[in-house]
Design a protein around this ligand. Structure first.
Ligand SMILES: [Zn+2]
Length: 116
């Protein structure tokens, strides 16, 4: 009978040398990520996603859909934050348009009042 290992493969944490299960995402001892290759999103790209989400609000939903499908905590965080920024940008845009229309409506009304 073959000797099947009962425990999953063990790797060493690169930061603290603490043994960790190969499949683990984080070191149990120091909390450092053990699989950094899984998420390769730079902070610069993250900021661009947020800027696009805010200034080009509908495109933010593209990033939300794109990143929510990818594995990993960073992708999920970017997806959720870009969704929130998109929602905030849409609310601000709707509020500005509403304010603009109301002031335009009021000027037309005062024009009418002056004419008649
Ligand atoms: Zn560690």
């Amino acid at each position: 009978m073959e000797n099947v290992p009962l425990v999953p493969p063990i790797v060493q944490c690169p930061s603290c040398r603490f043994p960790a299960i190969q499949d683990a995402y984080f070191c149990y001892n120091c909390g450092k990520p053990l699989r950094p290759k899984l998420e390769s999103i730079s902070i610069g790209k993250e900021i661009i996603v947020y800027l696009v989400s805010f200034f080009l609000a509908p495109l933010g939903l593209y990033f939300t859909v794109k990143y929510i499908r990818q594995p990993g905590e960073v992708s999920r965080r970017i997806a959720i934050i870009s969704m929130i920024i998109t929602a905030v940008a849409v609310i601000i845009a709707a509020y500005s348009i509403n304010t603009f229309l109301q002031s335009a409506y009021q000027s037309i009304n005062s024009l009418n009042a002056g004419l008649f």
